[in-house]
Every structure is written in structure tokens, then in C-alpha cells.
Design a protein around this ligand. Structure first.
Ligand code: GDP
Length: 193
């Protein structure tokens, strides 16, 4: 079945977003590292599966080797299923993402979010970045421009509204994400004709 996957660091609001997209309830704010298997659900308004992959990155109380294994599993899942994954949604915390990326940028280090964005593209999977928690961000356009730049996209961010989708899962404002995902789905259906 055609599939949309959701990836992201722990605590970015993936469970909250899943609830909005599927109508199912998910444990939010639960212990990190709890979701360790891919979970498949129907996207209520569309005809495909949405797969929630385990959150990766720092999680307090979760040892380094477990975190590494989770990330390896996520990467492997995406590689093995690349042929049927229509869109990869990378969920980030709009309030924290720039600081996190900058803190982990170095000569020998690529931040998880940047790495995952590049990885999806390498596999030919259209990537949409769901920039969540925008309700907490005041300098919206500035923040989104900074993120675009970190991802190798040239500001202004509005040029990439099929790639950058500012949302607030908690408030149920996810229109830009639905629009971006639909854009890629329709584009691929057109290519298939
Ligand atoms: P997950 O670990 O990625 O599944 O994240 P959760 O969905 O459990 O959310 C982590 C925390 O972020 C919870 O306290 C949520 O209430 C909060 N959260 C999720 N989405 C939003 C949002 O859009 N805005 C704000 N302000 N908080 C959010």
C-alpha cells in the first residue's frame, strides 16, 4: 500500500500530529523511546497508510546504544520501503530546531534533522518538513528562513511551501502540511499516468 512516513526527534509532537491526522488517540508526552516499532494507520481523509516511526535523538533516560539502534531501525525501514513511500514527513519543533541544528553542526557531525532530510532526498522520497509548535514562535518568517537555509534551501521560505509546512498540531492547525503532502501525492499520480 502507498504510504506516508512520519519521522522526527523525540518530543517534537509526532504523537500529537498523528492524532490530528488519523483521529486515533496516541499517548503524548509519554516516556521517550516507548514507540520502537513502526505503527501503521489510515490517513482519514486520504487513501493511504501513514506510518509513525520511532522518535530518535536525545531522550533523557534512554541509553546511547538504544538511541543508536532506534535510529538505525528507522533508517533501515525507510530504505527497505522506499519504493512504496510516497512522502516522508520530517517533524521538527519550530521553536527549538535552529538551536538544535546549530549545536550539532560541526566538521564531523551532521545534525539528525539535516541528515534525515538529505537521506529522504537521496532515496528519491519527496520530503516535507512539518515545522510544529509554531504557536510558540513569534518571529515566524525569520525562523522559517533560518530553517530553510540550514536545509540547503534558499530563503525566502515561502518559495518552498511544498517542503516547509508550519503547523501547530496541538491547536489542530495542520492545513499547510496536508496541502504539501497532497501536492506530492498528486504530482506522483500525474507522473504515473
Ligand atoms: P512526540 O514525542 O514527538 O510524540 O511528542 P508528543 O506528541 O508527545 O508531544 C510532546 C510535547 O509537545 C507534549 O507536551 C505536547 O503537548 C507538546 N506539543 C505537541 N504539539 C505541539 C504544538 O503544536 N504546540 C505546542 N505548544 N506544544 C505541542
Amino acid at each position: 500500500d502507498a504510504e506516508v512516513v512520519l519521522v522526527g526527534r523525540s518530543n517534537v509532537g509526532k504523537s500529537t500530529l498523528m492524532r490530528e491526522l488519523t483521529g486515533h488517540s496516541f499517548e503524548t508526552g509519554g516516556s521517550p523511546g516507548v514507540t520502537t516499532e513502526p505503527n501503521h494507520y489510515d490517513w482519514t481523509s486520504e487513501d493511504f497508510l501513514i506510518t509513525d516511526l520511532p522518535g530518535f535523538g536525545f531522550m533523557s533516560g534512554v541509553p546511547e546504544d538504544v538511541r543508536e539502534r532506534i535510529k538505525t531501525d528507522v533508517v533501515r525501514y525507510i530504505e527497505e520501503n522506499a519504493g512504496k513511500i510516497l512522502v516522508g514527513v520530517l517533524v521538527v519543533d519550530g521553536k527549538a530546531v535552529i538551536d538544535i541544528i546549530d549545536r550539532h553542526s560541526g566538521e564531523r557531525e551532521v545534525p539528525h534533522d539535516v541528515e534525515m532530510f538529505g537521506f529522504l532526498q537521496e532515496l528519491g522520497i519527496p520530503a516535507v518538513v512539518a515545522v510544529n509548535k509554531m504557536d510558540k514562535v513569534d518571529d515566524r518568517d525569520e525562523r522559517l528562513d533560518e530553517l530553510a537555509e540550514r536545509l540547503g534551501l534558499y530563503p525566502p521560505w515561502q518559495q518552498f511551501d511544498e517542503t516547509l509546512a508550519p503547523i501547530s498540531a496541538k491547536r489542530g492547525s495542520i492545513g499547510p502540511l496536508e496541502a504539501a503532502v497532497r501536492h506530492h501525492l498528486h504530482e506522483q499520480q500525474r507522473d504515473d499516468l
